[in-house]
Write a new protein. Structure first.
Lengths: 990, 454, 217
């Protein structure tokens, strides 16, 4: 069984960075290397030469700023001071600076501000001016930083498995060009992932002029094909349907993860939560229904979540349509569950303010139904707007890929450029992509990591990572962002633009110039005279003004109803398998990212593994328990994986999370989980009939961070997690009032200056875990590995507890609660420490002095909230990330010391010192903790509760505010606002 | 008359100064090969090596090699610590207290009791040090002036414990050594080889048995006994406070200090029985450590077991009386939970099994007494295991309820400390008089006179 | 049987006990003393540098302001260390071919930075901020010693934690009028406002300065 990141052989992660340093300094290092790997020596030498002065100085300066790992005491002579030779004008060593850019997910951009220290991106924050971010960021965006500093990234150009050089590759490519020119690019193919880059499309346009026969294919896993097909049939073409949750009073999510996965999910979550918070203040608020056969984060946040058998999805939605008055009467017949009329009525009553959203994995007919219902509810133009699609290519992915593979088999493809991605891993096996690829004479794979596809290609070219390259991308609503590099490519990687430019005949192309050229064209079209300013401003702001997609005029096809009846599925299978990308690893491209591997999945709380999700009822019937290995078989293939009994899963469907089980991957991803892709075939990409589900006698330990047996109500909800409905609140506004703290023998401690405090709104929290990831990124939290998580030793400072209520087959409620350190004013941890390693400061922070800690661990035993974390072994040393990745603003913890949430004290101190220098108080909002900054729903607020006007003060004055376990009289500084739900009175239980 | 029978029981009537001194000192000065000794010492030594390995691994990797986790941040190490200090304090208590009460039966066994306390402390003292995440900074618990300008926190029970432990170690070492001086002198004078005489001579600190030395000796010895009695009660109560001062459900309770002291007496009595019974078998001392001793100790064991039973009743009653939910889950968890085996184990072994000792025949049957004593010793270990792990794995947050599974190294550490104790004990038997000869002489003397009087 | 020890043994034993007692004392006071002497604190110990840069000449003699080289001292945690260019602003004109300055010219020519030996270094878990100290009227020489007297620079103070907190407990004596902060020759005179007055003016609250979290994160 894998055990997460192994100790790097001689600290490989750390060794590479050192070697960069040494490369530039000691030739002796190169000599040693030459003896050991002659061929890599050449590449390394080139790399060393390629390090220009500026970059070298950035790196050395970075080492200077890097507060290192060894906790050494002061010595008379402590190392070296290495200043710049020529210090760039505006650099202030050790100061944090923000640079705008964008990260893409499924080809669509989310704006970011990268926090840089000494020319190193340390972590990611959302760009408030970007429509897809609004200042928030999700776990995957946070983790991109670790991807950048992943020591397992591909470093060398590979030619037939031999280390080669970029020049050799370029020569080889250029030599083919005359002949390609002759045949007008016959047999020249390019395979891309989903993309929305204007530059890329411009480049393709140019290339097609050069090679008219050039053909472009795209493959991103085929997850969204049904959605596009439905759009074609309903509106005659593919348009982007953008839900407007700020306008929606009643939302019906049909197996849709609107809040956590859909394009623009951060913005949707923000709008949803804003409406949600209205409820507490007597506003209209909103109501969310979810019908789904496998749990999603959105479903977990629904006021009513209905488990519907996978086979019943379509009949049920038809019945719903019928009840609203759409489609033929006979739809209403058949299986109409008891709740359906009420929901239909509720939707119908809110015409123009209701919205139905169907998840991408559902069948074409379900999407058509969704459009029909939305049309019937008058959602178009109100709660749903249609835009021109931002994607480069909206054609059917699977047909695009299969046509490519077919041609490869026929030998019609002789030059194939694969720009990123890992089709050999994700392509349905029935296409036989691997064999086909072997038949291509000149195949080139451009990727940041060596993966399954690399092994089958002639050439491999290291790709510049998202934070290393110039590019551009569009958001879900079309808004364009110019992607600027945050650091020079660590391994001399190339961007796809540079590679294509070579094909276009450019010599030594520079990403910057290519992207700029595109926008020069754009500027010309718009008649902007002063391009320099336009460009600088666009790059600085991270948003190009006026690029939002225009609205797409749509008319619903008149014969949609017959379309639906026509496409409707016939005799559904008794049992089916649902394929879903893992919430964090997606299609497997983050498999080597330790942060994401170890970040608990929002609902299962699993780490380091995927699983076959089985409904409790089905598990009972088949005698399955967690960690039992089962064989799952479809007509496409057969895989083995561990079972996870999933509350709220439909009994007629098992869910297989794909993205794990990578075969060619770095040391972190090696041996994690199982590969579910072999179960898919080209016509069953999201759902397939289940042939066999057989229990084997094997067991596979699964590392989960929350024990599963306490699945029902938290033991005494009143003390830990308080919740209620709007109705209850209206009847008794003080229902959540906490006990006032009892008298203490000692006088209360005054906090005259600042009183830092946090408020967490449980109605807003959707459990997406962005806070956990942002905290890990900001606070140097090490990756501990599966073996340690199995021993309940994960290190995350803020955890998101998940509780269920009601029957485990259909829980009535799923509750999330982020739990950081409470910074109690009467902290139980402080009095028991024999060496005063944990103390209170004058602003009420419960501070942890790592260097004083001897590791008695009594503080943790005495902490009622169990938020303290201990370095049982030297996790930092075991962690494979490059030294560059550590945040120099706070201590990197040594073995044997306790640690915990500090309210991001490094940010507080920075702000206080600045304010103090300027002789003023810290302004509200000047200090934002990492978790607060990341939170898409503004659930977390931090600030000075002494300041009557501060946001946190306002939250704490709310009648919903309570302290967790306040009966213990710990006087927590972190408090919660009770969770308010808005169930439909007509469906009131009992 | 009663007196006469007493003599025949505390010490065989035909024992004289000479015979007694011969028998005791011959064990050391004229050793005939004892295969038993070598086996015993061998086992002890082997286990000590295991302990050394465990601690080496610990130093190399960190306490992560143990099963501890969050929430259960303390595991076997602390259970061992309490258990061993139990034995040590109990040993000291018995030796000192019954010196003050002038109990005859104490004479023959107090040296064994004290030696037990000595090595138990050695074994137990390692634990709180090595369980620290960074044990090389353990000295930070000691208040000394440093360039950090930092001091220990005097509010912390762990600091009190540290101080108590240091005071305890210092006093028991002195108490044990002082009581040893006259006998070391005897050995010096009886030994044949020059080297042996010089060695014992050095340790005898020039004892000549002059009346002046005897006077000083008496004053010191008795004063110490007085101090020790108070000291050990205080020391072990403080160990109890470590827990009582924490707010963890199952710890936060004022009855822990006395509970610990009672536990100490119980454990120590059981342990002494575990030691003297084999010694009676293995050495020609049956005439001096008699069945009377076994009988008396057995009675005391029964008594303290009754005390313990009372504590258990309080322990089970209080949560329900107090009505704090968390306390109630914790006690319920010990009734029915993962670690209920430990709970019922301690009840059976510490409270129920010893009730057999009501019956005289059982008290006089050495194997039976030995078995019961062994049961109690194990039961007490289970008690401390449950106190720590059972309480920590069920805290206030149901979302953080995790169980504790000891690793190989946890077991190795337990076995290792036992080994250290056993090895030390066998060395003691070999090089130090098992019985206090000078006090035995007094005893014999006293009974002579009684005899004359009769 | 003859005694193995003569009367002299008593004396010997007493001596042994005395020596043992002294040994124990040394065990405590040995480290106590060692950690406080210049050899281990590095105070007053100068070390050879790639270029024998003399603060006495540049600061004491030429009267160059500290901020000319340590540019970021007022705005950042780090005081900043002069890049080679700063040296060359003058030394491209004067002493432009002194052998002593060869390494500097080389550094500029090859674009390789000078490697100075670091004298003042705090452990990685201590987060010191120059800017705030300067802003609150703590003079350079207060911690770095009379730099203007140092031919080769050495540590001005032990930089031990107790040294830091002595001042954090009672900052008054270390405070100067703001305009004197960078003056190496400044001395408290009769008309300088008292430390207490300055503390009030700068709004310094010693209680808060004593928080662990002021330096440790």
């Amino acid at each position: 069984m894998n055990d997460g990141p192994d100790p790097p052989p001689g600290g490989a992660g750390h060794a590479f960075w050192q070697s960069l340093d040494e490369l530039a300094q000691s030739p002796d290092f190169l000599r040693r290397l030459e003896q050991r790997f002659p061929d890599e020596y050449a590449r390394l030498a080139e790399l060393a030469a390629s390090i220009d002065r500026r970059r070298f100085l950035q790196l050395t300066a970075a080492t200077l700023a890097l507060s290192g790992l060894a906790a050494c005491g002061p010595a008379p002579i402590a190392g070296l001071v290495i200043p710049y030779v020529d210090q760039p004008e505006d650099t202030v060593p050790g100061k944090v600076r923000l640079f705008a850019s964008a990260l893409t997910r499924d080809g669509l951009a989310t704006g970011i501000l990268a926090r840089q220290i000494m020319a190193r991106p340390i972590n990611i924050e959302g760009n408030p001016d970007h429509p897809a971010s609004l200042g928030a960021s999700d776990a995957i965006m946070q983790a991109t930083v670790l991807d950048l500093y992943d020591p397992d990234r591909s470093k060398w150009v590979i030619d037939n498995g031999e280390v080669s050089s970029a020049d050799a590759l370029v020569t080889a490519l250029v030599n083919r060009m005359p002949q390609l020119g002759k045949t007008q690019g016959e047999g020249l193919r390019v395979l891309t992932r989903a993309s929305s880059s204007p530059t890329l499309s411009a480049q393709f346009a140019a290339l097609t002029r050069l090679y008219p026969r050039l053909r472009r294919h795209h493959w991103h896993g085929g997850w969204r094909d049904n959605l596009r097909e439905a759009s074609r049939r309903a509106f005659g073409r593919v348009v982007a349907a953008v839900p407007k949750l700020d306008k929606a009073d009643i939302i019906l999510a049909v197996d849709s993860d609107l809040l956590n996965e859909a394009p623009g999910h951060l913005a949707h979550a923000r709008a949803f939560a804003r409406r949600r918070r209205e409820l507490a203040s007597g506003g209209r608020g909103n109501r969310l229904y979810a019908i789904e056969s496998t749990p999603t984060v959105t479903g977990a946040n629904a006021d009513h979540r209905f488990v519907v058998a996978a086979a019943q999805m379509e009949p049920v939605l038809r019945a719903l349509a019928a009840h609203i008055g759409i489609g033929p009467r006979e739809w209403a017949g058949g299986a109409a569950p008891s709740w359906l009329p009420a929901v239909a009525a509720d939707l119908a009553q809110h015409k123009g303010r209701a919205l139905v959203h169907v998840g991408p994995y559902q069948s074409v007919s379900l999407h058509l139904l969704g459009h029909a219902i939305n049309a019937g509810l008058g959602a178009f133009g109100q709660t749903l707007e249609f835009l021109e699609p931002p994607e480069l290519d909206t054609s059917d992915e699977i047909s695009s890929l299969s046509s490519l593979v077919a041609d490869m088999h026929k030998g019609e493809v002789d030059t194939l450029l694969i720009l990123g991605g890992n089709p050999a891993f994700t392509a349905p096996p029935d296409l036989g992509f691997d064999e086909a690829l072997k038949r291509v004479k000149f195949s080139l794979h451009l990727a940041t990591h060596v993966n399954e596809t690399t092994r089958l290609c002639r050439w491999h070219l290291p790709r510049a990572q998202e934070l290393e390259r110039w590019s551009d991308a569009r958001a879900f609503d079309g808004t364009a962002t110019i992607v600027q590099p945050q650091i020079e490519p660590l391994y001399g990687g190339w961007s796809e633009h540079e590679l294509l430019a070579v094909l276009g005949g450019a010599v030594r192309p520079q990403g910057h110039d290519i992207v700029q050229a595109t926008w020069q064209g754009e500027a010309k079209r718009r008649g902007i005279a002063d391009f320099a300013t336009f460009w600088r401003e666009a790059v600085r702001a991270g948003v190009v003004p006026g690029t939002r997609s225009p609205a797409a005029p749509v008319t619903l096809s008149p014969n949609i109803i017959s379309e639906i009846s026509a496409t409707g599925q016939t005799d559904p299978p008794a049992l089916s398998v649902l394929f879903r990308p893992d919430p964090w690893l997606r299609d497997g491209r983050y498999a080597n990212n330790g942060w994401l591997q170890e970040l608990p999945r929002p609902l299962t709380k699993l780490t380091w593994d995927n699983a076959v999700l089985v409904a409790p009822a089905l598990a009972k019937e088949r005698g399955l328990a967690n960690e039992d290995v089962v064989a799952v078989e479809t007509e496409a293939g057969r895989v083995k994986g561990p079972v996870w009994v999933m509350p709220g899963q439909a009994a007629d469907a098992v869910t297989v999370l794909v993205g794990f089980g990578r075969r060619v991957v770095g040391r972190v991803g090696a041996g994690t989980g199982f590969d579910g892709f072999p179960l898919r075939s080209s016509n069953t990409l999201t759902e397939a009939p289940l042939r066999r589900l057989a229990k084997t006698d094997q067991k596979w330990p699964l590392a989960t961070t929350q024990v599963h047996q306490h699945i029902h109500d938290p033991l005494h909800p009143g003390d830990i997690l308080r919740f209620g409905t709007v109705e209850e609140l209206r009847r008794n506004p003080d229902m959540f009032k906490g006990q006032s703290p009892q008298d203490s023998l000692y006088p209360a401690w005054p906090y005259p200056r600042y009183a830092w405090a946090m408020a967490i709104n449980l109605s807003s929290c959707i459990g997406c875990a962005s806070c956990t990831m942002a905290c890990a990124a900001e606070n140097n939290i090490p990756v501990v590995g599966k073996d340690q998580v199995l021993r309940d030793r994960e290190m995350h400072w803020i955890r998101v507890d998940r509780y269920y209520r009601g029957d485990e087959n259909a829980p009535t409620e799923t509750l999330f609660q982020p739990v950081p350190c409470m910074h109690c004013e009467d902290a139980p941890c402080e009095v028991v420490c024999p060496v005063e390693a944990t103390m209170h400061d004058h602003d009420g922070l419960n501070v942890m002095v790592y260097n004083r800690c001897v590791g008695t661990r009594f503080c943790s035993n005495n902490c009622p909230y169990k938020v303290r974390r201990f370095n049982w072994i030297n996790y930092t040393k075991r962690d494979p990330r490059l030294d560059l990745a550590w945040n120099p603003d706070l201590t990197v913890r040594a073995r044997g010391v306790m640690e915990k949430c500090t309210y991001c004290i490094q940010r507080i101190r920075e702000a206080e010192i600045t304010a103090d220098r300027e002789g003023r108080r810290v302004r509200d909002g000047e200090v934002r903790t990492a978790c607060q900054a990341a939170c898409p729903t503004e659930a977390i607020v931090f600030g000075d509760q002494n300041d009557a006007h501060s946001a946190v003060r306002k939250r704490k004055d709310s009648p919903l505010d309570y302290g967790m376990l306040e009966g213990l009289n710990t006087k927590p500084r972190t408090t919660y606002e009770a969770r308010i739900t808005n169930p439909n009175p007509a469906l009131a239980e009992g | 008359m009663a007196g006469a029978t007493d003599i025949s029981e505390v010490i065989a009537p035909d024992e004289t100064f000479a015979s007694m001194t011969d028998e005791v000192s011959s064990i050391i000065l004229r050793p005939h090969r004892r295969i038993g000794w070598w086996i015993g010492f061998g086992i002890g030594f082997a286990l000590t090596v295991l302990l050394a390995t465990a601690l080496a691994a610990l130093s190399a990797i960190g306490i992560g090699i143990w099963g501890d986790n969050i929430p259960v941040a303390w595991g076997f190490a602390i259970a061992n610590y309490i258990w061993w200090t139990d034995i040590a304090t109990g040993g000291a208590l018995i030796s000192a207290l019954f010196l003050l009460t002038r109990s005859e039966w104490r004479t023959a066994i107090h040296r064994i009791a004290e030696t037990m306390m000595l090595f138990a402390t050695a074994a137990g003292g390692l634990m709180p040090i090595f369980h620290l995440g960074r044990y090389w900074y353990a000295y930070w618990l000691f208040p000394y002036t440093n360039v950090m300008g930092a001091w220990p926190q005097f509010r912390s029970p762990l600091h009190w414990d540290f101080v108590a432990l240091i005071a305890f170690v210092a006093s028991i070492v002195l108490f044990w050594y002082i009581a040893l001086i006259p006998d070391l002198a005897t050995l010096r004078d009886r030994a044949s080889g020059r080297i042996v005489r010089v060695l014992y001579g050095l340790f005898a600190l020039g004892w000549q048995g002059s009346s002046r030395q005897w006077r000083h000796f008496r004053i010191t010895y008795w004063t110490f006994a007085g101090l020790m009695t108070a000291e050990v009660v205080a020391a072990h109560s403080v160990v109890g406070l470590d827990f009582a001062a924490g707010m963890t459900p199952g710890w936060h309770s004022t009855f822990l200090p006395p509970y610990f002291v009672i536990g100490a007496a119980l454990t120590a009595l059981a342990f002494i029985l575990l030691l003297i019974i084999p010694v009676r078998w293995g050495y020609p001392l049956a005439t001096m450590i008699t069945l009377r001793h076994v009988d008396v100790l057995a009675k005391l064991l029964l008594t303290s077991s009754l005390f313990m039973a009372y504590c258990y009743w309080i322990e089970a009653f209080m949560p329900f009386y107090g009505g704090v939910p968390a306390d109630i889950w914790t006690i319920n968890a010990s009734f029915y939970g993962t670690y209920s085996f430990a709970y019922w184990g301690k009840i059976a072994l510490n409270a129920i099994l010893p009730q057999l000792l009501w019956f005289r025949p059982v008290r006089r049957c050495e194997p039976a007494v030995f078995a019961i004593a062994l049961g109690v010793v194990i039961g007490m270990w289970l008690e401390y295991f449950l106190l720590i792990v059972g309480s920590l794995n069920r805290g206030y947050m149901s979302s953080r309820w995790f169980i504790y599974v000891p690793s190989f190294w946890d077991w190795a550490t337990v076995a290792g400390t036992v080994g250290l104790f056993v090895a030390g004990l066998f060395l003691f038997l070999r090089f130090v008089p098992t019985l206090p000869m000078f006090e035995m002489r007094e005893l014999i003397q006293r009974y002579r006179h009684k005899g004359d009087a009769a | 049987m003859a005694a193995v020890f003569g009367p002299s043994a008593n004396l010997a034993m007493k001596l042994v006990l005395i020596v043992g007692a002294l040994g124990l004392l040394l065990l405590y006071f040995g480290p106590w003393i060692f950690t406080r002497i210049d050899y281990s604190t590095g105070v007053q110990w100068a070390y050879p540098q790639p270029v024998p840069f003399s603060h006495r000449h540049h600061v004491g003699g030429d009267g160059i302001d500290c901020r000319y080289c340590h540019t970021t001292v007022e705005v950042a945690a780090s005081a900043g260390f002069p890049p080679t260019h700063v040296c060359m602003t003058c030394h491209s004109q004067i002493w432009s071919n002194a052998r002593m300055l060869e390494p500097v010219r080389l550094s500029l020519a090859e674009g390789k930075p000078l490697h100075w030996r670091r004298l003042n270094r705090l452990p990685d878990y201590v987060f010191f901020d120059h800017s705030i100290h300067v802003a609150k009227g703590v003079g350079c020489t207060t911690c770095h010693g009379d730099v203007n007297e140092m031919p080769l620079v050495w540590r001005g103070a032990t930089l031990s934690m107790s040294w830091c907190i002595d001042c954090h407990r009672n900052p008054a004596p270390a405070l100067r009028p703001k305009n004197e902060v960078f003056n190496p020759n400044w001395h408290r005179t009769a008309k300088t406002p008292s430390g207490q007055a300055l503390m009030a003016e700068y709004k310094i609250d010693p209680a808060r300065l004593f928080d662990c979290s002021v330096c440790h994160r």
